[in-house]
Design a protein around this ligand. Structure first.
Ligand SMILES: Cc1cc2nc3c(=O)[nH]c(=O)nc-3n(C[C@H](O)[C@H](O)[C@H](O)COP(=O)(O)OP(=O)(O)OC[C@H]3O[C@@H](n4cnc5c(N)ncnc54)[C@H](O)[C@@H]3O)c2cc1C
Length: 443
């Protein structure tokens, strides 16, 4: 059995950050990861002739935690393409115009929808400090949009825009999450949109993840699927699916919320935590890369909210081919390896493109993710967030799913990893000061 002061479970950005902080703070730390690689729901891999981000990608200077990490390791941001052309489909009719005209169409409806963002979230990184939030937290984004009484074309376009942002259906999505996104972007929806899909990490997410790992003295153990955790007043025992055991004084569970209940934790986590994990997240859609023939114009396209792919963006424009990044609300409707299906999905929203090849990863089918980016169901914020952030004995949680600020983003994962590390370090300090609770770590 291996012993350490801390075990961090999950080597996504939250776990990597927590492990770095604790190990650099002088605590022996083991980082256990189920997969054969680090970086979790970000994954840079070679496909379609270039390195593609299959998961999380875009970062922005309004995202303080990820931006600071990039600065710390001397990693720059790369701008994406500036779009010139746009397609959008409303009432079954395809429209075409400039990218600016599409933004204009979205502008009025988004301003209406998000007007109260700073009122409800005056301190965006303290999302629960305004009691009024409880009054609207059960409202779905779908209902919030319907209450605006928009013109039909604006209504459909706004619904498709937010289906993209949620990577899932709007009828259960939390309106408060949309307000929170806008509030962390200082109440400016266009800045929020820019933050979501404009600037990438030079060298990719893998480069930043590797930089954090290299700066850590924690011991990384890959291919360790944690199956059970047992804690008593002196220590925590962690057992993997293969039967390997680890012992520590503090454990950080840096896992996607949707997989938390897969681990047998004794004594059981609180009912609130288990209920939140059973519910999971609303982000259950698809991200698909499609390579098409020919050098295309720099375009974006919105389809109907129910389309298999409801958003397409021309991301890499080469001499003879163009590589598109596409999103849809239902992972079950998109086979990330099916070229003819991709052709059909694309034909439905952009005319005249010939699909050559596709690439992607089904994060919802992935047993170590079970969701894409963590977007909340209505009610999540006031029912579960504070509860999920609360440690239980020697076990604390971390992850973008439970971040205060840019929850759902890489930034939120880093923020949460820092918080969890600080709490664990403080608990270790209390242990050391208490003679009755002196560490009893024996093999
Ligand atoms: C398709 C997609 C697009 C996205 N786009 C963006 C974007 O453009 N910008 C942005 O900022 N964010 C984006 N995100 C979100 C961002 O990637 C995530 O919010 C963030 O990476 C989550 O980090 P995390 O550490 O909280 O969790 P994760 O990255 O999910 O890390 C959790 C780790 O736990 C491991 N694990 C799970 N179960 C076990 C177990 N039993 N034992 C041991 N280990 C286990 C997993 O393998 C994983 O490595 C996107 C995500 C997806 C999927």
């Amino acid at each position: 059995m291996e012993n350490s002061e801390v075990i961090v479970i999950g080597a996504g950005f939250a776990g990597l950050t927590a492990a770095r902080e604790l190990s650099r703070g002088g605590h022996t730390t083991i980082l256990l990861e189920a997969k054969d690689r680090i970086a979790g729901r970000t994954h840079l891999e070679e496909h379609l002739g270039r390195n593609l981000e299959l998961g999380g990608t875009w970062v922005h200077w309004t995202q303080p935690y990820v931006w600071a990490e990039m600065g710390r390791y001397g990693i720059k941001a790369l701008p994406g393409p500036e779009f010139t052309k746009a397609f959008w489909t409303v009432d079954g009719q395809r429209h075409q115009g400039s990218a600016d005209s599409l933004l204009e169409l979205l502008d009025g409806p988004n301003r209406l929808l998000l007007a109260a963002a700073r009122r409800y979230f005056p301190l965006p990184w303290s999302p629960l400090n305004n009691a009024e939030v409880a009054d609207i937290d059960e409202l779905t984004l779908s209902d919030a949009i319907e209450q605006l009484n928009l013109q039909e074309d604006q209504r459909q376009l706004l619904r498709s825009f937010w289906t993209l942002n949620f990577n899932g259906r709007l009828d259960q999505a939390a309106y408060t999450q949309a307000l929170r996104w806008c509030a962390v972007a200082s109440g400016d929806w266009q800045l929020m949109f820019e933050a979501c899909a404009s600037f990438k990490i030079d060298g990719g997410t893998r480069r930043l993840a590797e930089a954090i790992l290299a700066d850590s003295t924690s011991e990384l153990r890959l291919n360790q699927v944690v199956a059970s955790i047992e804690q008593d007043h002196e220590r925590v025992l962690v057992t993997t699916k293969a039967g390997k055991q680890y012992k520590a004084r503090q454990v950080i569970l840096a896992l996607p919320l949707s997989v938390l209940n897969d681990i047998d934790i004794q004594p059981a986590l609180s009912p609130g935590k288990r209920e939140a994990a059973a519910r999971g997240q609303a982000g259950r859609g698809a991200k698909l890369w499609i390579k098409v023939d020919g050098r295309q114009e720099r375009f974006v396209a919105f389809g109907p909210e129910t389309a298999a792919l409801n958003f397409v963006q021309a991301e890499y424009i080469d001499e003879d081919t163009t590589t598109l990044v596409c999103f849809g609300p239902d992972a079950g409707a998109v086979d990330v390896a099916d070229v003819p299906a991709a052709q059909r999905h694309l034909d439905a929203i952009v005319p005249g493109l010939k699909v050559l090849d596709v690439a992607g990863h089904d994060w919802v089918a992935d047993e170590h993710a079970r969701s894409t980016w963590p977007m909340h169901y209505a009610g999540y914020l006031t029912r579960y967030l504070a509860e999920l952030q609360q440690p239980e004995g020697r076990i604390g949680l971390a992850g973008s799913d439970i971040a205060n600020g840019w929850g759902g983003f890489i930034d939120g994962a880093i923020e949460s990893g820092l918080d969890a590390a600080r709490q664990a370090a403080s608990a270790l300090g209390n242990d050391a000061r208490s003679p009755l609770q002196a560490p009893a770590i024996v093999g």
